[in-house]
Design a protein around this ligand. Structure first.
Ligand code: ADE
Length: 247
């Protein structure tokens, strides 16, 4: 999959793209990330990418023309490129949106800056995405969040093909808790079922714990999670265990 990042800060993404799982995916050619300098698409001597807002007010607005030219140049190379604008006004990014992104071959990601982008650019954008209800100074970190979370879902990027499937959010639940050695740490013990070697029991325990984590920490997610009859029975069990015993 190809990701293009259009930015006025082309140095910014480099360390994230060189390290960890994403760095490995880039090195192995499973993911290609190209950073495009927006200033290369300006035509004036000073390579200006912003201007004062019509109507007055604070800050600067990104000019539409250099962004448009960059989009056109990319579309000439690959007409199927999906153009994504990152902004706080976009639809909210979730694991489901990450899954959707992973179905495209080529994303062209526009990072906004300053007080925003001239609204008319939206006519040339396929999707506007926000990574959360807070404001960043620019879209670069959001672009990296999108690239990192989408890349994990591509075949061969994670060590084991089903580790992505076990991630939090994949089936609408938080992930079950994990433990490693030592077995007792700070007088806290690893749940004994995990030492039992009984894979069926362990799977059931993990499902129940995933349901419990979600119920306690993100009950809103249970409303839309894909729950089986077995899950509902486990939830009832969790509720019963949470209630103080009578008498
Ligand atoms: N740019 C500034 N804030 C943003 C956000 N929350 N999501 C995506 N892009 C942004």
């Amino acid at each position: 999959m190809i990701f293009d990042i259009l930015t006025i800060f082309p140095q910014l993404p480099s360390s994230v793209l060189a390290e960890g799982i994403l760095g490995k995916a880039v090195k192995e050619g499973k993911v290609t990330v190209r950073v495009i300098n927006l200033r290369d698409y300006t035509t004036d001597k000073h390579q200006v990418t912003d201007d004062r807002p019509y109507g007055g007010g604070e800050g600067m607005v990104m000019k539409p023309e250099p962004i448009y030219q960059a989009i056109q140049a990319m579309k000439a190379e690959d007409a199927g490129t999906r153009v994504v604008l990152l902004s706080p006004q976009g639809r909210l990014y979730t694991q489901a949106v990450a899954r959707e992104m992973s179905t495209y071959n080529h994303l062209f990601i526009i990072c906004g800056r300053y007080e925003g982008i001239d609204e008319r650019i939206l006519h040339f954008v396929d999707d506007e995405i926000s990574i959360g209800d807070y404001v960043l100074s620019g879209g670069e970190l959001a672009a990296l969040v999108l690239i990192e979370s989408t890349s994990r879902l591509l075949p061969g990027v994670l060590g084991s093909p089903d580790s992505a499937a076990r991630d939090s959010f994949m089936d609408g639940l938080l992930k079950y808790p994990q433990f490693t050695r030592p077995q007792v740490w700070q007088e806290l013990e690893v749940p004994s079922v995990l030492l039992s070697g009984d894979h069926e029991k362990i799977a059931l325990w993990r499902r129940k714990e995933a349901l419990k984590q979600t119920l306690l920490k993100r009950p809103d997610m249970l409303k839309t999670a894909n729950l089986s009859d077995g899950d509902r029975r486990l939830l009832e069990e969790i509720e019963r265990e949470r209630k103080p015993k009578a008498g």
